[in-house]
Write a protein that binds this ligand. Sequence first.
Ligand code: HEC
Length: 102
Amino acid sequence: MRKLNIALTLSALFVLTACGGSKDYSPPADASGEQIFSTACTECHKPLSANVAMILSEKVANKDAIIKKFQGGSMRMPAFKNIQGESADRLAEYILANSEVK
Ligand code: HEC
């Protein structure tokens, strides 16, 4: 029983560290916002339809907040520190133009 507990604890730790944290992904300089989104984000954020990439809460539905979110991450979302400058602008603009606000 004790061994099983240790195994369960270890796998729980692994699951926790597998999410969150940070990702080293760097977009190619000429990648569009849509390309960056489909490469880096759809693993977790499955588009709802062809024109709806995400559902945004009202407080995140602006460019600055979106950029802050993907650069800073959260408990459950990795930080994408290498999406910067124009790539970050393009990604945030793509999301804003293709999301529903709830
Ligand atoms: C490993 C899974 C994962 C990946 C990869 C991921 N996210 Fe997230 N994201 C989450 C989770 C879970 C949440 C909800 C919890 C939270 O807000 O922290 C979230 C929340 C968000 C929010 C806030 C939505 C709201 O309305 O509060 C935005 C914006 C966002 N992600 C953008 C992105 C972008 C852009 C990318 C790609 C660069 C990305 N995410 C990649 C898991 C992920």
